[in-house]
Design a protein around this ligand. Sequence first.
Ligand code: LLP
Length: 419
Amino acid sequence: MHDFKFKNNELYCEAVKVSDVVEKVGTPLYLYSHNTLVDHFTKIQKAFASINPLICFAMKSNDNMAVLKTLADQGAGFDIVSVGELKKLKKIKADTKKVVFASVGKTEEEIVEAIKAQILFFNVESLPELDEIDRIAGQMNKTARVALRINPDVEAPTHAKITTGTLKNKFGIDLTTARKIIKSKTKYKNIDFSGLHVHIGSQITKSEPFVNALKRVIEFLNVLRAEDGIELEYLDIGGGLGIIYKDEKPQTAQDFADAVLPYLKETGLKIVMEPGRFIAGNAGIFVTRVLYLKDNGVKKFLIVDGGMNDLIRPSLYDAYHEIVPVKKKTGKKEVMDVVGPICESGDYFAKDRELPVLKKGDLLAVMSAGAYGYVMASNYNVRGRAPEVIVKGSQFGVAKKRETFEDLIKGESVPAFLK
Ligand code: LLP
């Protein structure tokens, strides 16, 4: 479900006409629906109401402060991966006690800041990282709470670049090492072993891989309990719930809950979840304008003003994003590539896509761009990043301005010895 719908052949976001936003803000742009964000968050909350988990929005998927504030107001916690993300949360006055921090490469500064912010726990990804957190917490005279991120070594059917739960990936700690660490927990004077963390990948549309991972976790917890007499407090089950981009039939939040709740209850632990895409993915679109049409006799190209620097998912993962004209068109259709202005053949939003006949100036919406869209944008080809706009009912506001040329060259200069 999302709030981008046609009324009288015009695309709306909630009660706002997309073309009205374009008139004010220009193209390209990202547009988010407040109501969709809230609705998706609430769907997870309701489906899991019987265990009242802490839902930590994976802010790597969308870190716009208006989006973060929307979710914080719903009671969300946050899953972070850098001190920059932590600082953004402080700016919106989110409760940093509801923050979990994963990343295979946490720096000293990041560990210090997270301890100061009293985050719920670090998701620890290796033994040397644990030693480092122990050392830094000791220096600060503090105890750091950690959940060991275990690698359950289960395959999750998704794109190779976003699967994380096997030992071929850099993430997490294998079960043998994890058990050794937890058994020797008294060695870590400044660490409180709060729990376990497991995240097997992203855009996973079925519940089996999650269930398989949970079964491994339960076996592991049982060994810790029965053989080592160790009790933990939290289980963080990560994110990864898939959404509809094309014709996927992903599990709903309720299907997912029905499948995993029995296992979660069996652990007896407090549950943390880290959904990103499920909440933000279909809550955002990317709007771009047709610049030129080109037909080289072999192929037709629709050249638009947005590029892979704005939305890299098609180029990087061969990801499919639905593309619809903002003003509905009927009649003849033709097959074309929708491409950007960047100097790379990989700069496209769609290949061999059937679309209505379009002309210069027409607006297109690239759907399902709310997660891993703006956050992965770059300034490649000295292009300012597009603005982010949020809609709530009949109101809309710019949540991040379009980058200007001055923004782009800020901090850049030619050293004196080159002058
Ligand atoms: N927790 C951890 C530890 C993660 O690494 C991730 C995503 C999440 C939670 C959130 O996963 P989600 O619920 O959003 O699937 N850029 C890629 C996706 C990368 C995912 C990275 N980790 C894409 O555009 O598909």
